[in-house]
Design a protein around this ligand. Structure first.
Ligand code: GLN
Length: 289
């Protein structure tokens, strides 16, 4: 491996059983860009450019890790979400593009209500990607976020600090909350809770199931909406009068999750698809103003 082009050939050969051609190209481009500190455009324009032997060594060792199925975001220790930088490690789920669409929905809803101040709670914050991107875009909101995992909260706290945003992080379990979150009243409650069933697991890529935190992903097969029930109950008691609840959901349970919210007294329930056309998010209001 001497030129950028050689790296692409080596990565293609080494990873063709792990990734499809599109993903492989994107991962190689990202890795070369990070390690050689050159833009993706420059890499594409000048594939014959030579790289140093130190960079060649780094790229080789990353290739070995990639071959095990480890996601590139964990290898590099970072990713981007909603245009902001995030540190990631195996204690947190890697932020997904679908979740950016949910964040966009929240920001749009707040703007259309002309709500400039308020309070917001993110349940199961993981890397902090939802709470942090919302605080960045709704700076006058008081943002709090909870997670059951102390390790995840440590990552989220460092991400908030890195992005210079003030967020209150709380360690708690929404399935049996201690008193920590009972004092909060929120204008907006948002959550991307675990929602993957064992059935879904069989269809998933091993670089998700072997590397990402199972507590952030999986739910019991016999109670796939366990977190939605608990969060809806919490929201019913802790949302302000005209507060909004936002969920990311399992695409197979759109109808069931809408019904669950209707049964619990929520109104104006809206189900939206993600960019792949899958039922992916819900907005609901608890009481009409
Ligand atoms: N969307 C994630 C995935 O496909 C799952 C996120 C979650 O369980 N909340 O891996």
């Amino acid at each position: 491996m001497k030129t950028i082009k050689d790296v692409f050939v080596g990565y293609k050969k080494g990873l063709d059983k792990v990734y499809d051609a599109n993903e492989l190209g994107a991962i190689t481009l990202l890795t070369v860009s990070e390690i050689c500190n050159v833009s993706k455009a420059k890499i594409k324009a000048f594939p014959e450019d030579e790289i140093s032997s130190e960079q060649v060594e780094k790229l080789k060792s990353i290739l070995d890790e990639l071959k095990t199925g480890k996601p590139i975001q964990y290898i590099l220790g970072k990713t981007e979400f909603y245009g902001l930088p995030f540190n990631v490690n195996p204690s947190v789920l890697i932020p997904r593009p679908e979740t950016e669409e949910l964040v966009e929905w929240v920001i749009g809803s707040v703007s259309s209500r002309q709500l400039v101040v308020g309070s917001l709670l993110d349940i199961g914050t993981g890397s902090g990607c939802i709470a942090i991107s919302l605080k960045k875009n709704l700076p006058n909101f008081k943002v709090s976020a909870i997670d059951i995992s102390a390790d995840a909260l440590q990552t989220a706290t460092s991400n908030a600090k890195f992005n210079e945003l003030d967020i209150e992080f709380i360690e708690d379990d929404i399935l049996s909350p201690k008193s920590h979150i009972s004092h909060l009243t929120s204008h907006i409650i948002i959550s991307n809770p675990p929602y993957v069933t064992l059935h879904d697991k069989t269809q998933m890529h091993n670089n998700v199931t072997d590397f990402e935190p199972h507590t952030a992903l999986f739910v019991p097969e016999n109670d796939p909406l366990i977190f939605y029930k608990a969060i809806a109950d919490y929201a019913a008691a802790h949302l302000t009068q005209d507060g909004l609840l936002f969920f990311e959901i399992n695409e197979s349970y759109g109808k069931e999750t809408v019904e669950l919210l209707a049964d619990k007294g929520f109104k104006n329930i809206e189900l939206r698809k993600d960019m792949s056309g899958r039922d992916r998010m819900i907005k609901a209001q608890f009481k009409l103003p």
